[in-house]
Design a protein around this ligand. Structure first.
Ligand code: DAH
Length: 371
């Protein structure tokens, strides 16, 4: 071994050992093993040697190459593990620290009330049905016994789709934003036949806007079809529903004759309230002193013509139906007075009136959320 090589090797090994960065090691690698590094140049001299010389020099130079390469490898590994140790030390996670608070959403009062309705009616054997919000004229009006030019149509302030003028009103393909959840009655009867017990909560649309009307609002429809159904079933069902919903045993109903094209007879249902410090609280006989009646919902026995439109034999099947505003139910139960706030998307309003997502309404615990 030449002394130059020997010196170079010990210098290189010392430099590698002293290196503090991967870059510094890389510089040593290039200086020794790179294309014109001193080890590579030494290897190139082998070609010009005699076989005897090569037999001695070959293994010697290869051994130098190997010891430089091994030293680089070892130092690299040492630096990397030191870097990892340093990172682990600086990124220690203290598992005993309290977790940062996550902003938690809440359930909108409309969703809460719909869940409460589903729970109450499920207990009476109702399932939940739904239908499209973009509805055709036939389901929204005609099949509900509101033929074209029927005066009741005018009461609905309908949003018509623009590409179809009023000249095609009454045609099954003319589309509207449904003005009520009643078309789901038709869809349920057509799809499921009789007997039937469904509620259909959902969005409805009318061209109307003030403190108590918004262009989009929510209704829930109820429909029972069976043999021998009469008004007594309707009254009991509504009474049972309202007592469970308002969580009061003293809910008193007053049924007044009314008119809806899809029911015959039709009844408007009022609920008795009591004046409690200037606030109307539902409960008690509306005729008692300090009490009054509040109109709450429309209902009646399903009109024979509606049963026929839906393909049912009206001599065999009877039924009752009702429709009520979900937003109104929420306002009455949870004491809100401006309907528009429901749809403003104001997080502060939701934080105040919203409900805990984990607090699922159940009949046994009382459907009312523990606000
Ligand atoms: N669809 C009616 C409305 O939006 C409400 C209604 C009244 C629904 C009587 C019914 C009913 O099912 O029987 O004004």
């Amino acid at each position: 071994m030449t002394t130059t090589d020997q010196t170079r090797l010990s210098e290189a090994l010392a430099a590698i050992e002293a290196a503090q960065t991967i870059d510094a090691i890389e510089a040593q690698r290039v200086a020794a093993l790179g294309k014109s590094g001193w080890v590579s140049l030494a290897l190139k001299t082998l070609g010009a040697m005699s076989p005897e010389e090569r037999q001695v020099e070959g293994p010697r130079i290869q051994a130098m190459r190997a010891s430089v390469a091994d030293a680089i490898e070892a130092k690299k590994a040492a630096l990397e593990s030191a870097a990892l140790d340093a990172r682990l030390a600086s990124e220690v996670i203290d598992l005993t620290l309290p977790a940062p608070e996550w902003p938690r959403g809440s359930i909108h009062p409309v969703s809460q009330v719909m869940d409460e309705l589903a729970e109450i009616f499920a207990d009476m054997g109702f399932s939940v049905a739904s239908g499209p919000e973009i509805e055709d004229d036939w389901h929204n009006f005609t099949a509900l016994n509101m033929p074209e030019s029927h005066p009741a149509r005018a009461m609905h302030d309908t949003f018509y789709f623009p590409d179809q003028g009023p000249e095609v009103a009454g045609s099954p393909t003319k589309m509207v934003l449904r003005t009520h959840t009643s078309p789901v009655q038709i869809r349920s009867m057509v799809q499921q036949g009789a007997p039937l017990r469904v509620i259909a909560p959902g969005r409805v649309y009318r061209s109307d806007s003030d403190a108590t009307h918004t262009p989009m609002f929510h209704q829930v429809e109820g429909l029972v079809i069976d043999e021998g159904i009469h008004l007594g079933h309707l009254k009991w069902t509504l009474e049972t529903f309202l007592k469970a919903f308002f969580e009061r045993d003293d809910i008193v109903l007053r049924l007044r004759p009314s008119y809806f094209p899809f029911t015959e007879p039709s009844v408007e249902v009022d609920v008795g309230w009591e004046d409690v410090g200037g606030r109307r609280v539902l409960g008690g006989d509306g005729d008692a002193p300090g009490h009054g009646w509040m109109e709450l919902l429309g209902s009646g026995m399903v009109n024979r013509r509606v049963l026929e439109f839906a393909g049912l034999d009206p001599d065999r099947w009877q039924g009752f139906a009702f429709g009520v505003g979900v937003d109104r139910l929420a306002m009455l139960k949870y004491g809100m007075d401006d309907l528009r706030a429901f749809f403003d998307g104001d997080g502060r309003w939701l934080a105040h009136y919203g409900f805990d997502p984990l607090d699922v309404p159940t009949l046994s615990a009382g459907v009312g959320a523990k606000a």
